[in-house]
Ligand binder design. Structure first.
Ligand SMILES: Nc1ncnc2c1ncn2[C@@H]1O[C@H](COP(=O)(O)OP(=O)(O)OP(=O)(O)O)[C@@H](O)[C@H]1O
Length: 652
């Protein structure tokens, strides 16, 4: 604790500040009371790291500097990931299959019509006959266009519906993950996964897969048509196509890992940008713009390195496909001329051979040109699968926390030890503590002593490494997260105002809350006059681009957010206030209203707050060194509490 409170106006996708040049995995405090994670609460960029001089970045500087850590390895079976999202669209997919088969048939039939046209013209047929053949050809061309439009529409509909469902699942999934997860992955990088990667998958489904299927079918159709035209020529294509497949496989090896690395580097860059935009006041305040610019440059240079590698691999494919197609065309020209001159094939037949060889070019080139996008999409697929494979460590229990009879919850910690990571020093070490319903506990301790960690365990942001946390005798592990959140309200030290209406900022987007409830909560915390003065009342937009809030107003709003849920236990991480005495007075009055009749755990910094507590607990290095009634501890000059008061550790 001990830092100044700050108000962040943000949309959920904005990043949180991190000291420049520091890897994100070494936070200085519990992530949860900063409202969102990834925030170390270090308000200045801290000591500026010594960067290598000059513009040349060290090779793969990003790997140790900014690249988000890899997620858990995921099963790389794209179909098993996609299937649940595609099955609901099976009707449209079947129709799409039919359309693709029909358009292939039309494409393969068109040269046959031209063959008849050429042969009849060569035989001196009547103009009427030729006109009929030409009309039939035009009809086929129109039909081909119509099928194309229908196929595109169907594919886009399926792709966007399926990927929107996937996007929604990813958001839900991320919201369930441990808060330390978002601390390891900057929001910008997650946005790139949830939106960027899923967008690439939508492109895969709407364009690439239909194109690949259509071109595969076309290759097959051309093969059959060639066989029907002249089996010797068709056989001549077998080694050509076989060799082509082998060659393409060789060339694409390594392309997917390269594309995955490119996506990861791009996500790191995006994370960096989002983080810097969010932390702009901190950066400017510390005069660290230049460091920020160089850090950004390093990420951009890392992206360039991996992108160049991926693109080099990507361009070899179209070049090889073009070469193969040209060889096929040459073969058709030679064979067509030889067979026609030898009297084995009509002029129309020779034309058809050449037409099919030309058509052969198209699927090969289409596939080749999609190769780079395909690599990107497969890389995106891998990254989405990794994200879905990430598992939360806090799992919902089957039980529900009932509403306590007297409206206030009893709290108990039994031998609670908590480590943020195995092998690390415990942030809480064997803490045992009891708080009867309706009592108010002030939690004191120097910075890093474990206050926020303890507060977070009460809200079940994480489970203890050992020991138990009980609410009214119920072990939190056995309870559903929802039922706990309904009974426990958390007021974080740092208020986050969303770019949304007052209504949404108070109800936190819960549409079940009525306007009346919201108004009552806002008035209850003393913001009635403020609300009345707003131009659009509850519909006034706050946050970035909307109406700015003073620090005090934002903090009162955060009390209203909790008040409206009518919790039975309030966990309050008190801001170390920069407010004026009048502002502090308003906040105390509102806090009193919130805490009345409820159990409360207050991470306290101010004397005024501690004065309102029934009990005081003092933490030092994760251990509970003192706990007792406030009055008794105050009367004992040898108590930790008295000593800390005497040392002036609390703000007056
Ligand atoms: N997400 C995290 N990962 C690893 N260690 C953490 C994390 N959050 C906090 N810690 C460590 O756990 C210990 C207790 O941190 P905690 O934030 O609970 O202390 P605090 O008493 O609330 O401090 P402050 O008053 O500075 O907010 C500290 O050593 C801190 O560095």
């Amino acid at each position: 604790m001990g830092q100044k409170p700050s108000i962040r106006c943000t949309t959920p996708s904005q990043a949180s500040p991190r000291p420049l040049g520091q890897a994100p995995a070494t936070p200085t405090r519990a992530p949860w009371l900063g409202w969102e994670t990834g925030r170390t609460r270090v308000r200045s960029p801290g000591p500026v790291p010594k960067l290598p001089p000059g513009p040349k970045p060290p090779p793969h500087a990003w790997s140790s500097f900014a690249m988000p850590p890899a997620l858990s390895p995921a099963p790389s079976r794209p179909l098993s990931l996609a299937l649940p999202y595609l099955v609901p669209h099976r009707g449209r997919l079947a129709l799409l299959g039919l359309v693709l088969v029909a358009s292939t048939a039309v494409a393969v039939a068109a040269p046959q019509l031209l063959r008849r046209f050429v042969d009849r013209a060569a035989d001196g047929a009547q103009t009427g006959t030729l006109l009929w053949a030409a009309a039939a050809f035009a009809g086929l061309a129109l039909l081909a266009e119509a099928l194309l439009v229908l196929g595109d529409a169907l594919a886009a509909r399926v792709a966007w519906s399926a990927t929107n469902a996937l996007r929604l699942d990813l958001v839900r999934h991320c919201l369930r993950l441990d808060l330390t997860f978002t601390q390891r992955h900057p929001p910008g990088a997650l946005v790139d996964r949830i939106d960027g990667d899923v967008g690439r998958l939508a492109n895969l489904f709407s364009r690439m897969v239909p194109l690949l299927v259509a071109n595969g079918l076309l290759l097959l159709g051309i093969g059959v048509a060639l066989l029907a035209t002249d089996w010797r020529v068709a056989l001549g294509y077998v080694p050509l196509v076989g060799g082509g497949v082998v060659l393409l496989r060789r060339l694409t090896r390594g392309a997917v890992p390269a594309a995955t690395a490119q996506r990861a580097a791009s996500a790191a860059l995006l994370g960096r940008v989002a983080e810097h935009v969010d932390g702009l006041p901190d950066l400017r305040g510390a005069g660290a713009n230049d460091v920020a610019r160089r850090a950004f440059w390093r990420d951009a240079a890392a992206l360039l390195t991996v992108a160049r590698h991926a693109i080099t691999l990507g361009v070899r494919w179209p070049a090889a496909a073009q070469g193969l197609a040209s060889a096929g065309l040459l073969l058709a020209l030679l064979a067509g001329a030889a067979l026609h001159l030898g009297g084995h094939l009509s002029l129309g037949g020779a034309y058809v051979l050449i037409a099919y060889a030309g058509m052969l070019q198209l699927p090969l080139l289409h596939i080749a040109h999609q190769a780079h996008d395909l690599q990107q999409a497969l890389g995106a697929w891998q990254r989405v699968a990794e994200l879905l494979a990430e598992r939360p460590s806090v799992l919902d229990g089957p039980g529900r926390l009932p509403r306590p009879a007297g409206g206030a919850l009893g709290v108990a910690l039994e031998e609670v030890t908590f480590r943020y990571a195995p092998g690390e020093r415990p942030a809480l070490d064997g803490v045992t503590l009891r708080l009867a319903p309706g009592r108010r506990l002030a939690l004191l301790g120097r910075t890093g002593s474990g206050k926020s960690t303890l507060a977070g365990l009460l809200f079940r942001f994480a489970d203890p490494t050992s020991g138990r946390v009980l609410l009214d005798g119920h072990d939190l592990r056995g309870l559903s997260g929802d039922s706990v959140r309904r009974r426990v309200g958390l007021v974080p030290q740092e208020v986050r105002i969303f770019h949304a209406t007052v209504r949404d900022n108070v109800s936190l987007f819960d549409a079940r809350m009525s306007d009346r409830q919201i108004r009552v909560a806002v008035r209850e915390v003393g913001l009635g006059g403020w609300l009345d003065a707003l131009p659009d009342g509850l519909s006034t937009r706050l946050g970035a681009g909307g109406r700015p809030l003073s620090e005090g107003e934002a903090q009162l709003l955060s009390l209203a957010r909790v008040l409206i849920t009518d919790p039975a236990l309030v966990v309050l991480d008190e801001p170390t206030s920069r407010l004026s005495p009048a502002g502090r007075g308003a906040l105390h009055a509102a806090t009193e209203r919130l805490l009345a009749g409820r159990t409360a755990v207050l991470v306290a910094h101010q004397l005024d707050t501690v004065r309102t507590a029934d009990e005081v607990a003092v933490l030092a290095d994760g251990r509970l060194v003192e706990h007792g009634p406030r009055a008794a501890l105050l009367d004992d000059p040898d108590s930790e509490f008295s000593r800390r008061l005497a040392a002036g550790e609390l703000t007056r």
